[in-house]
Structure formats: C-alpha cells, structure tokens
Design a binder for this molecule. Structure first.
Ligand code: AQP
Length: 343
C-alpha cells in the first residue's frame, strides 16, 4: 500500500493591507494600493488597517499621530472602502499584532532583515541611531498579515521584498513548530500602471509622504488649484510624447506622468500613448490635470465631510478592531499552543 499524498491545505481567501498614518496619503498610495483595495472588496473578504504601530518606528508627534490616523481612515472610506463589508481599524487596538510580531522576532533571522532595502534607505547614514522598531518593521508586517491567515496583500512595488520576508517567516514558523501548512504563503497583489509612482520632481525617486518637497507629490487632500499647479510644475523633458513604450526609455519623468494618467483613467500606458503620440507635454499636462482633478477632488471632499465627525471615525475604528480581534483570536490560540505557551 502506498501512502496517499498529503492534501494541500486550503485557506479561506482573505485580503489584508494597511498604510501608515505618517502624513497625508498621496497619489502613490492611491494608485499603488488603495485603488486595488476597492476592487478586491468585490472578490473576497478584506481587512484594511491604519498601521499606527508601524508609524512610530520613526518619531511621531502624538497629537499629529491621532489626527493622521483619523485622516487615513477617512481617506480609505472616501476612496471606497466600505466599513460594513470590510473590516477597517487601527492596528494598535488589536493586541494580536504586537504579540505575533514578538514571536516572529524570534523566528526571523538577522541575515534576512539585513537584506531589507527599505531599512537601508530609511535609516541611511543614521543607522546606529535608528529605532530597533524600524529594523524589525517587516516582522510586524508579517504579523499583521498572518494574524488573520490573510492570503492576498495588495501593495505597491516597494513592499514586495517585505512580503517575500513574510512568506519566509510563515514557512519557517510552520517547519520550526511542526505545523505544516499552518500559516499560508500570502500572495502580493501588485497590479496596474501605478505600482511605483515616482516623485513629480525627480523621476528616479518614489513619490513619498516624507519627501520634503510638497511639489514632489499630489496629496489626496489637495484642491483643484493645487493639483493643477503641481502637475504644471512637474518635471518633464523637451521631447513630445512618443508613439510607443520604447520611446519612453531613459525618460523616467515622462514615463511617470504617463503611468499616472493610465492609473487614473483605468487604462494602460499603451492606450494613453496611442491617444497622445506626438503631443507636447503642455497639452498632455492639461489633460492629466483635468483627469486628476476629476478623480481626486471628490475624494478630498468626502474626506472633509467624514473628518468633521472625528467621534464617528473613532467609534467605527473601535468596532472594526473588535471584529478584527475576533478573527485573530482562534489563530492566536493555536499559535500559543504551538509555541508552547501555557494558558
Ligand atoms: N510611490 C508609490 N507608488 C506606488 N505605491 C506606493 N505606496 C507608497 N508609495 C508608493 C504604497 O502605499 C502603501 C502604503 O504605504 P505606507 O503608508 O505604509 O508607507 P510607505 O510605503 O513608506 O509610503 P511612503 O509614502 O513612502 O511613506 P514614507 O514617506 O513615510 O516612507 C503601500 O502598499 C505602498 O507600497
């Protein structure tokens, strides 16, 4: 008699993702991640988190952290996250994240964390003076996802390496504690033309909340005039738009504006090129500004409406946290048993 092959474990499809309340969300956060979050709500259950514990890996003023946490929650909802259908909460209200992160600190290897490019970029020359939290940030991210056994993680391109680490941690935990298939291998969902939106001032740098120049990014709270100004001032080159993608090689700023247009219009860069081949940037920028204003100002308006009632946002986050904690509870009970904790 031959042994029957062990069946592959099956997991309920579940989305988890989050953003840091480190400042106001921008177009990169929107096109890289948030837009996909909205789409995924149609396909499977989703958990969307404001990751305030990640935010404090670099110094945050407590008053500003509270403000930004509510603002990010408002941005999620204004962009289309439905808090009835999806679970929406802030990370620090669900203790499972911190608890599992500690266990993962003991599973992940120093060598793995030493390879993380985001830590190198963020710590820069100031490595010795960086917080330990910044260094183990990817372990907390793995805990965020795996505390719910989430299977799909919609993020921008910059988070790919952290997600690979989460997969390594899941696998090592399963092996170390003799629990094959206990944690799933979460899949990154990195799709669309906006997976890496670049700074409007420098096509070689990612659009980022922490960039000193306001003109490097479009914030989700910007009004029509500000959006127009920022797009007008965006760096380009003197050449007109090419007729195909090959003509964008070595032209990162042109490519970036094209991808932004495609992301906002829900189309492909090729399709945009077929429409604007040979156009001057002055013409294209006007079209892009119109599109950005049409897509983004309703989000800003809805954010303002929601932020006028901070108590309602707080109550909503609390309810979301209760639902999230409920989902994590049986998984964490299994984790404690597997690790050998009593009680
Ligand atoms: N420029 C970007 N293009 C596409 N996606 C992006 N994301 C961030 N920047 C871009 C995606 O947005 C999600 C949330 O990111 P985060 O708030 O956790 O922090 P981050 O990636 O560190 O974003 P920032 O703006 O660069 O913040 P700071 O300046 O504070 O470091 C993630 O899915 C990310 O991929």
């Amino acid at each position: 008699m031959t042994d029957a092959p062990t069946p592959e474990p099956t997991y309920e499809k579940l989305v988890f993702s989050g953003m840091q309340p480190t400042n106001t969300l921008h177009l990169g956060n929107y096109l890289g991640a948030l837009k996909n979050w909205i789409r995924l709500q149609e396909q499977m259950p989703c958990i969307y988190c404001v990751v305030d514990m990640h935010a404090i890996t670099v110094w945050q003023d407590p008053v500003e952290l509270r403000r930004a946490t509510r603002e990010v929650a408002a941005a999620y909802m204004a962009a289309g996250v439905d808090p009835k259908r999806s679970i929406l909460f802030n990370q620090s209200q669900v203790f499972a994240h911190a608890e599992l992160a500690w266990i993962f600190n003991c599973v992940a290897r120093l060598g793995w964390l030493n390879r993380m490019t985001q830590f190198k970029e963020k710590a820069g020359k100031n490595r010795e003076n960086s917080s330990v939290g910044l260094y183990v940030y990817p372990n907390l991210m793995a805990a965020d996802i795996l505390a719910y056994k989430a299977t799909h993680v919609p993020v921008g391109e910059d988070q790919k390496q952290h997600l690979e680490l989460a997969r390594d941690i899941a696998q090592k935990f399963n092996v170390d504690f003799g629990a094959p298939g206990f944690f799933p291998q979460p899949e990154p969902v990195i799709t669309g033309p906006g997976t890496r939106v670049m700074s409007l001032r420098d096509g070689s740098r990612k659009m980022s909340k922490s960039d000193e120049s306001e003109y490097s990014r479009i914030n989700l709270t910007d009004d029509a005039d500000t959006i127009l100004q920022k797009i007008r001032k965006a760096r380009t080159d003197p050449e007109p738009l090419p007729s195909d993608a090959k003509g964008l090689e070595g032209r990162p700023e042109a490519e970036n504006l094209l991808n932004i247009y495609a992301g906002l219009a829900d189309t492909t860069a090729e399709q945009v090129l077929s429409e604007y081949a040979g156009a001057q940037f002055s013409t294209f920028k006007n079209a892009l500004a119109d599109l950005a204003v049409a897509k983004l100002t309703p989000i800003a308006g809805e954010m303002q409406r929601l932020l006028a009632h901070p108590d309602e946002i707080d109550a909503l986050l609390k309810r979301g946290a209760e639902r999230a904690a409920e989902r994590a509870r049986p998984i964490m009970a299994d984790v404690r048993r597997l690790v050998g904790f009593v009680g």
